[in-house]
Design a protein around this ligand. Structure first.
Ligand code: 3PG
Length: 306
């Protein structure tokens, strides 16, 4: 009997758990849930005779993959798979997949919510500002970037985007102006919403040189990954530009220093909240379960990333 483990340090909503169970029950698979676990050992122990694994941002290290002798597939229920060690997975013939697009709307809504929260001074009673008629820059026009742009337009914002990997005409078809250089994006917006993945090319790529181009009274919203920000560069840019704010879905490493120095010009979620809605959990969880079944039953490797 195929055994599946759903390991979520940050659990899915109950409705998602129920629907995942139902999908596997229909195929006679056995499914186990390991939630809110606190050590790698717990995960290793739970994986002993498991064939398929569903995770969220849970770190899947080479030690975990090497220990899970029966493991054939890991599905990251979400978009970014920087938490899974692809090299170790490939070496052990473990297929890794993600579920692109399934939680994008939740992340996009959070990005806009964070913009409003920052524009209104964290709802502290002081007069803030409106998003209407401001310029939003989208850095990377994938599933989330596209949705952020659509919602921002509803607020009356002008949207510009930089993404050398997406066809210019398809971005322009959304009524979004495409800029040719990253410098043009960072130098011309009131808000910048970041949607690049974390990898060896993007780590610390949002550096002082870029951040120092940002105008007065601008906010960078990071619902991507904290690792893409050069935090020393961010601190220096914020020291030099007193109108620069930084909000991020998950606290940076230098969170305390930033809050201490810049107070309300920063806002950080304690846990990654972008995809933390029942809808996103259901979409991503169901997609992950179905991808596992299609892989085991039909060797379907759609969304394989290694
Ligand atoms: C993603 O990459 O899909 C998001 O960052 C969501 O991550 P989470 O599942 O850990 O909330």
């Amino acid at each position: 009997m195929t055994k599946v483990l759903v390991a979520t340090e940050k659990p899915f909503a109950e409705a998602a758990v129920e629907q995942i169970k139902k999908i596997f029950d229909n195929y006679g698979y056995q499914v186990f849930f390991l939630e809110k676990y606190t050590s790698q050992e717990q995960l290793i122990n739970a994986l002993l005779d498991i064939d398929a694994l569903i995770v969220r941002s849970d770190k899947i290290t080479p030690d975990i993959i090497n220990a899970a002798k029966d493991l054939k597939i890991v599905v990251r229920a979400g978009a970014g798979y920087d938490n899974v060690n692809l090299e170790a997975a490939t070496k052990n013939n473990v297929v890794v997949m993600n579920t692109p697009g399934q939680n994008s709307n939740a992340v996009a809504e959070l990005a806009i919510g964070m913009m409003v929260y920052q524009a209104r001074n964290h709802f502290n009673g002081k007069s803030g500002s409106e998003l209407c008629c401001k310029t939003l820059g989208i850095h990377a026009y994938g599933n989330v970037g596209k949705l952020v742009s659509k919602i921002a337009k509803g607020f009356g914002m002008s949207v510009i985007a930089f993404d050398p990997f997406v066809d210019k005409a398809s971005i322009e078809a959304d009524g979004v102006k495409v800029v040719e250089t990253i410098e043009e994006l960072y130098g011309n917006c009131d808000y910048i919403s970041l949607h690049i993945p974390a990898n060896e090319h993007t780590t610390k790529s949002i550096n002082y040189d870029l951040l120092s181009l940002m105008k007065d009274n601008t906010t960078l919203i990071n619902t991507a990954r904290k690792e893409v920000i050069d935090e020393d560069g961010m601190i220096r840019a914020m020291e030099e530009n007193s109108g620069l704010s930084y909000v991020s879905d998950i606290a940076p490493v230098k969170c305390d220093i930033m809050i201490d120095k810049f107070g309300n010009r920063c806002f950080f979620t304690p846990k990654k909240m972008g995809a933390q809605t029942a809808e996103a959990n259901i979409n991503a969880g169901k997609a992950a379960a179905n991808q596992i079944i299609n892989f085991i039953e039909k060797e379907d490797v759609t969304f394989k990333v290694n």
